[in-house]
Design a protein around this ligand. Sequence first.
Ligand SMILES: [Mg+2]
Length: 369
Amino acid sequence: MKIQQIDVWQKDLPIAGPAYKMALQTLTALDTTLVRITTDSGLQGWGEVCPLGPAYQPQHAAGARAAIGEIAPHLLGENPLLAEQVNQRMHQALCGSLYAKSAIDMACWDLAGKAYNARVCDLLGGAAREVIPSYYAIGLSSPEQAAEVAVKKQAEGFRRLQLKVGGRTLEEDIACVRKVAENLQPGTALAVDANRGLNVNDAIQLSAACQDIRFIFEQPCQTYEQCLHLRGKLHHPLWLDEVIEDINSLLRAVRDNAAEGFGMKQSRIGGISQMRTAREICAVAGLPMTCDDSWGGDLVAASCVHLGATVSASLFAGTWIAAPYIDEHYDQQHPVTLTQGALQLPQGAGLGVTPDSVRLGAPAMTFCL
Ligand SMILES: [Mg+2]
């Protein structure tokens, strides 16, 4: 089997409801990139990468397409069933840009599933569960507003909440954590996520001020070294997210005993193939993980659900998807949706989601043999 054609689409994913506010940007739509690989046998596989705007991390949408444009000509004629070889070819063609490569890697896994008539989760070792717990991220807001969302989302079925902090006074953050904690039902887990927004001093003080509250403290500070500085000084388990940029940084964090868990984002570390490796490393180290991505439509969501399904129950902390914020699905018959705080594994071979290419319109780029 040979890759005969690679099509690349740009698409704006509109955000449902009010604009999505972050420390450095306000977003009303996300620029996503879809990739379709077509083989000489006619089989097709789909992939997607959707950075969270241009200011959240070094990854950005136009960069993804530029990188795919650089890589794609080198992949024509390759066997997409050999994902490892395809990844090697990608690394030979372009240094870095793991996020761009993740879309092609995803398309190869989707295609392999269709070729072998198996779901991606089955190719990854098999699903430990068919229904995947998700979690809800409560944005930066007042203590009362955050508590209101916490109550509402628990009523909808979420059993894990993530509360954003940082970018304001320490007192406001502490008040918000306390108010949300007061409104937690038994069995609801809480993650307090600063997305790198706290300095070392404030991270230590926030943990000390809330030491009677049970939560995990996610990516409090900007750099790996700052987070490492916190070891032994916190009253809460420390998780790393944004600073785990690839398998090497994950290995370093495990070696340094730098974290009690990881928020893993598939596109940041290079896709499904790399997430499989990360899953094994976390399992050997006995460290829990999430299977997420920064943003994305049905393809990214399906990929995260397939990955999440394969992580053992004792080490799996949930899969976040952007679906509640998006007004649109690529596959009207098989959308990936949240029900009562959980995600059903897509059925059907591969990812189980096939975008309607007619609705996508003309590709932005096409490469063919
Ligand atoms: Mg996070």
